[in-house]
Ligand binder design. Structure first.
Ligand code: DQQ
Length: 578
């Protein structure tokens, strides 16, 4: 009786939010014929491997949710990731493990978690680490059982005195959370436990990504001892017609400072962030809101758009991200996986697939309406050989080279100042989708104020380039800033996804300079507009603009003049990335 009334509740919940039964399946394609089992010796011609963005020596990676369970323990940063030891496509997933003392140089260790128990015999999928109050780390992760059901398991370090946490022991009680007729969970949509947090009653909470029909859900579980978990009557939060919520992340941010706070922090000066990774679109979107400690519910703030058209960590290629609280430096760090825009055939040929974004410090903007992200300061120690720009005034049609650096592996910071807004075109109210607007008005389309910005990974004759730029439009008495990353001419190779990405940037160009930072790393263009208020990451595969042939330009194609107030650019030294 209890069982059926319980399931009935969930049934009504799904009726309310959904319409009709859709078979629930994980969207993980297995290319069985492409998993040859041999550790590949990469070909020597590797123009797209990164110099300072983390990637394994070969094969497929997807990071922490694709980065799994990032954390700091005894002063060592731990990075676990979903890895296929047998090929450059998804499959045979184990938890690979690397550690670092500076988030820049990494040392690989043996796999931390791989299939061994019935509860994970068909795969060890994403999960998170929680540091318990006694300082002991524990990992909750999704296992795939013999029936291909998704269940939640736990692993603990074998030797707590080992700062590298080389050995992990799985609990004999696994699985700790599973789908039963009592809890009405669909076993093919039940994955990716978050870092747990302690409520005011001392009990632990964790959320698991799921869906009911096409409605995303963050299922809430509670536990007194971290081993026995009970599903709450209500999910922490849910979203209409979003599809499956993968890799949820739920954490507090301070409203009074940019320092990070522990996931279990409770207090007045906090807002909460719920991020979900949308399986259907491969976008990570987040809302900012309030968490009711008594009712265990999360409500996004008014105006915080709760769908794929809301705020995103990154408006380009950046998925299945996860944050952790860095207690050594009191900051919250975000890791995201940059997936490929090349074809599977190309990935097989190059022998690898997937890269990690540079870890980003993340905090609440002063407006309290969005987050701000910035690459961790440690990455700046790779800066060397500063480049130089010969002219700072950018009249219509200007293109000035930033010389003296290795343009295929660089870090560029530039600020623009507009003194005359006369040329700004009028913003049309129907322009709701910044990505669409950026592809319609790509870098080749002349405008009033803009396009102006950087041309990176450019070939000498501009047969190839990736343009990261701004356009400023007039909207009544204010201005709208559009930030674009245009990949349409990034490669002469037709076999790549060259989608152009875009975001509206919440900066008033009358009061503030417009800043742009771009991290260039062979096949990565990771850009931060407005001091990190909008981020866009792209994967590009130039055929001419590689290694020493790559060039970097500042350009202005608008009719209005733009001034460059500061420009600092450096070659980046290579890091030990694995
Ligand atoms: N991929 C993992 C899942 C997660 C998804 C498996 C994210 O745990 O939901 O490799 O893309």
């Amino acid at each position: 009786m209890a069982t059926s009334s319980h399931c009935l509740l969930w049934f009504f919940f799904s009726l309310f939010f959904g319409h009709g039964f859709v078979p629930l399946e994980a969207s993980h394609q297995v290319y069985t014929h492409l998993q040859n089992g041999s550790p590949s010796a990469l070909t020597s011609d590797q123009p797209y491997r990164t110099g300072y963005h983390f990637q394994p020596p070969s094969h497929w990676m997807n990071g922490i949710c694709y980065p799994n369970a990032p954390m700091i323990y005894k002063g060592i940063y731990h990075f676990f990731y979903q890895y296929n030891p047998l090929g450059a496509v998804w499959g045979n997933i184990v938890w690979a493990h690397s550690t670092s003392t500076d988030l820049v140089n990494w040392t690989p260790h043996k796999y931390a978690i791989s299939p061994s128990q019935p509860a994970d015999i068909n795969g060890c999928w994403s999960g998170s680490a929680t540091i318990l109050p006694n300082g002991k780390p524990v990992i909750l992760y999704t296992g795939i059982d013999p029936e291909n059901n998704q269940v939640q398991n736990m692993a603990v370090p074998k030797d707590l005195s080992d700062p590298f946490l080389e050995e992990w022991t799985k609990l004999p009680q696994n699985p700790l959370m599973e789908s039963t007729s009592y809890n009405c969970i669909d076993a093919s949509s039940f994955r990716d436990p978050t870092t747990a947090w302690q409520g005011t009653d001392g009990r632990w909470r964790v959320i698991i990504g799921s869906k009911v029909n096409r409605n995303g859900i963050a299922i809430l579980y509670r536990s007194k001892d971290f081993v026995h978990w009970t599903k709450a009557e209500q999910p922490l939060h849910s979203g209409k017609k979003t599809g499956m919520w993968e890799c949820p992340d739920f954490f507090p941010v301070s409203t009074t400072s940019a320092t990070g706070v522990d996931t279990s922090s409770i207090g007045k000066n906090l807002k909460y962030v719920l991020k979900v990774s949308l399986d259907e679109t491969k976008h990570d979107y987040y809302t900012i809101g309030s968490y009711n400690y008594e009712k265990d519910t999360y409500v996004p703030d008014k105006g915080s758009v709760d769908s794929d058209s809301g705020l995103r960590y990154d408006y380009g290629k950046f998925y299945a991200s996860k944050t952790f609280f860095d207690s050594a430096k009191n900051r919250r760090i975000l890791w995201g996986w940059i997936n490929e825009s090349s074809s599977v055939e190309h990935d097989i040929e190059k022998g690898w697939s997937g890269v990690q974004a540079i870890p980003r410090n993340v905090w609440l903007d002063k407006s309290r309406k969005q987050l701000v992200q910035w690459p961790v300061a440690e990455i700046e120690k790779l800066r060397s050989n500063p480049g130089h720009l010969s002219s700072r005034g950018l009249k219509e049609g200007s293109k000035v080279e930033v010389g003296g650096l290795t343009a295929s592996q660089a870090d560029v910071e530039i600020s623009f100042k507009i003194s005359d807004f006369e040329e700004a075109e009028v913003f049309e109210e129907s322009w709701r989708d910044p990505q669409l607007l950026c592809s319609e008005k790509d870098a080749s389309v002349k405008g009033g104020l803009g396009p102006f910005g950087l041309m990176v990974l450019a070939s000498e004759g501009l047969e190839e380039y990736t343009a990261v730029f701004f356009r400023i439009f007039k909207r009544r008495t204010k201005y709208v800033v559009l930030m674009c990353s245009d990949q349409s001419r990034s490669s002469l190779d037709e076999d790549n996804d060259k989608t152009t990405y875009g975001a509206f940037l919440n900066v008033d160009p009358v009061d503030e300079e417009l800043s742009l930072r771009t991290l260039i790393d062979h096949s990565i263009v990771e850009s931060f507009g407005g001091g990190g208020k909008a981020c866009i990451t792209a994967r590009v595969y130039p055929t001419l603009a590689t290694e020493d042939e790559a060039r970097l330009f500042v350009f202005n194609k608008g009719t209005g003049s733009v001034g460059v107030t500061t420009v600092s650019a450096w070659s980046m030294k290579s890091a030990k990335i694995n």
